[in-house]
Design a protein around this ligand. Sequence first.
Ligand SMILES: Cc1ncc(C[n+]2csc(CCOP(=O)(O)OP(=O)(O)O)c2C)c(N)n1
Ligand SMILES: [Mg+2]
Length: 410
Amino acid sequence: MADAGMLRFHVPEPEVRPGGTPDFSNVTIPKAGSVPRPEIDVDPRTIRDMAFSIIRVLNRAGEAVGPWAGLLTDEELLEGLRHMMTLRTFDARMQMAQRQGKTSFYMQHLGEEAVSCAFRKALKPGDMNFPTYRQAGLLIADGYPMVTMMNQIYSNEADPLKGRQLPIMYSSKEHGFFSISGNLATQYIQAVGWAMASAISKDSRIAAAWIGDGSTAESDFHAALVFASTYKAPVVLNVVNNQWAISTFQGIARGGSGTFAARGLGFGIPSLRVDGNDYLAVHAVAKWAIERARRNLGPTLVEYVTYRVGAHSSSDDPSAYRPKAESDAWPLGDPVVRLKNHLIHRKVWSEDRHTQAEAEILETVITAQKEAESHGTLHAGGKPSTRDMFEGVYAEMPPHLRRQRQQAGV
Ligand SMILES: Cc1ncc(C[n+]2csc(CCOP(=O)(O)OP(=O)(O)O)c2C)c(N)n1
Ligand SMILES: [Mg+2]
């Protein structure tokens, strides 16, 4: 007998759990080069299917193919490879430093390096990112000093944020990197508001909002889309779908929409999906979306399809909720290896030069680390002054804070 009258609800489950065989057969990967590149003033209604495809440039043979290829020179690609390798090495050293007790906390980008490194190169100086904790490539690719990042991670005497932010929650106005907030999704409304303010003040700088797949479930995400859509704000709305939100798989936050990009369709926002492990594709799509913003054509939503290879943070153990070898089975491969193979195919790189570059980059990162550690680490050496705790929040210190500072004797 049918269970008429008995109500049910549905809890989506990942395909596999620890101990199972990784299976991504449900992830449809279009051929590289197969998705068209529309004019940037395209009518969004005519490209709705792009929210369900994946723009890819690099094919399995390491060739760059299709209408989104050909925007970067060999020099630019070599620089991009170096940025991704630097971020990866930086991550490995800082993860180790966390295990050694030199900092309390760290978050890696392993497998997602192309997203932030390539996006940064499509922006202009003055544009403003509103990032989450997994876009340090925006700083690395913009030449922000690694030593300064490390000083902040160690909360030492040279920490530009003076111990007032969590490690890895960087902030640099000069490098277009708005202070990271741990309250996820707040970045989205801030970015849209900043973009509108830029337009109101007749400026030419655009904004980029950043969010993870899981955080799109927050109401701030949806409120930001209303404002961006209604006011055609000059903003790029980035969603980094790395398949996981700590231990929650992306099927929960995605709900019934099919893809995260499809969220934009209900707002009439052009919405694209891109291979997040393909440096060339990320850069080409970012350029397209940024140009739309710059030319007053309004917001674009971009979903980067990628995979979080590392743990969520230094406090997480993914073996509790997903098969160990799942990252090896991820069908879009490794962004560093893919760009390396492309450059070898173009005959401007080789396995030997790659090995040599790895050693050079490690050397550079270790030198920066030594310098940062000379200013102190979490439990050793120089610290920000206690007095700093009271500074820099108000233009004029209110009486109650002045009293507290006196009581603290600093
Ligand atoms: C508003 C808010 N809710 C919950 C958290 C706790 N939290 C920190 S990271 C995280 C998962 C986010 O996953 P996702 O958005 O997919 O980003 P990813 O870590 O995968 O880059 C959660 C739930 C938070 N920091 N802020
Ligand atoms: Mg995620």
